[in-house]
Design a protein around this ligand. Structure first.
Ligand SMILES: [Zn+2]
Length: 370
């Protein structure tokens, strides 16, 4: 059997992923692989043990009497497998629930290797997926939320929630906005992040999106917004709802007056005020496969109307049948689809050496003056 070093080397040759010069990284991967092997070993041991000594099925009638014993013997984690929990990501598909190895998941664009389900993705990974390397310029990173209505919650004070989510995600708010190039075409892009207070839209998210739209309007840039949000942010009350009107009026100037091109991408989940404003206002609306897209959640509808919603009725594929959006695009071809759409709408790669707005005779005039 090949040693871990040999396997690492082989893996590096086939994928070019691990830089063996980086000793720390190599040691980390080695530790991960050893832990995986230990986990598999422990699992095999427990299976072997279970085959050799099948558990005695106790009679249901005396289950109450030996409750204490059964709690001791049914240790949920006898092999200490929880120790390796951080290495794996559970598939969000309820019919799959397979474990994906975390280190390889990013390379697979957070798509489950067993069933092809599109798992949630961080905003930074999405930017890396769509924007050319070294062309990303973030905007308004210094804006952060205050507590405008002094939201009263003993369990989760709003300010603490913001601070802890900032620490965990490394973001200042639930959206990253900026400019970058998509296959060489300059674009203004905003990407929401569900990990930050459920991707909810408060006044900072609304302000960042509005500024992004105004920037794109002045620079005549195409606009892309990736939505992944639980809706308006309840901790900011009606100030969150006002963002819907603010963003929509900025989009009216961008789309109707300037005749520019806006693509909205609906990732899982896109709900509430986000769907009801800029999510549905795209000139082209793209949805990710198996995304949860809804205005009101399943439970709210069922409790209000006293009906049972059919399974999957608020998912991409069913909504596409009803004509809610234009395209379902999986993550792998997303960048090339976007670039085709932009070219189709007369946005082309930008050549910095030859500025587009300066015709040849203008350059001659300029040199003559000097
Ligand atoms: Zn799966």
């Amino acid at each position: 059997m090949a040693s871990i070093d040999e396997r690492l080397e082989r893996y590096r040759e086939s994928t070019g992923t691990y830089l063996l010069k980086d000793d720390d990284f190599k040691a980390e991967i080695k530790r991960d692989m050893e832990a995986v092997m230990a986990g598999i070993g422990a699992r095999l041991d427990s299976i072997e043990e279970a085959i050799l000594n099948p558990p005695v099925v106790s009679d249901s009638s005396d289950s109450d009497s030996d409750l204490d014993d059964s709690e001791e013997s049914n240790d949920p984690d006898p092999q200490g497998t929880k120790k390796f929990k951080h290495l794996w990501v559970l598939c969000e598909n309820e019919t799959c629930e397979s474990l994906n190895y975390k280190s390889l998941l990013k390379e697979r664009l957070n798509i489950c290797e067993f069933c092809g389900y599109h798992l949630k993705m961080s905003s930074s990974d999405r930017i890396e997926l769509s924007i050319d390397p070294d062309t990303w310029h973030p905007m308004d990173e210094d804006l952060f939320a205050l507590d405008p209505i002094e939201w009263h919650s003993k369990k989760h004070p709003y300010k603490d929630r913001i601070a802890s989510d900032q620490r965990e995600t490394g973001l200042t708010e639930a959206i990253q906005t900026g400019r970058g190039k998509l296959n060489g075409i300059p674009v203004a892009i905003g990407v929401m992040d569900f990990r930050f207070v459920g991707g909810s839209m408060g006044s900072v998210v609304g302000e960042k999106i509005t500024r992004l739209i105004e920037y794109a309007t002045h620079r005549l840039l195409p606009l892309i917004i990736v939505c992944a949000s639980g809706g308006a942010r309840m901790q900011e009350g009606s100030l969150s709802l006002m963002q819907m009107a603010k963003i929509s009026s900025a989009l009216y100037e961008y789309q109707s007056n300037k005749k520019l091109f806006y693509v909205s991408i609906l990732a899982s989940p896109t709900t509430g005020g986000v769907l009801a404003s800029f999510g549905m206002l795209g000139d082209i609306i793209i949805a990710e496969p198996n995304a949860y897209i809804a205005f009101a959640g399943k439970r709210v509808i069922e409790q209000t109307l006293n009906i049972i919603l059919p399974e999957g009725s608020q998912e991409t594929e069913n909504l596409f049948e009803k004509g809610l959006f234009d395209l379902i695009v999986p993550r792998k071809p997303l960048k090339s689809v976007l670039s085709e759409l932009l070219k189709f709408h007369a946005f082309f790669p930008w050549n910095e050496k030859r500025p587009l707005l300066l015709p040849l005779n203008a350059t001659l005039e300029h040199t003559k003056c000097n």
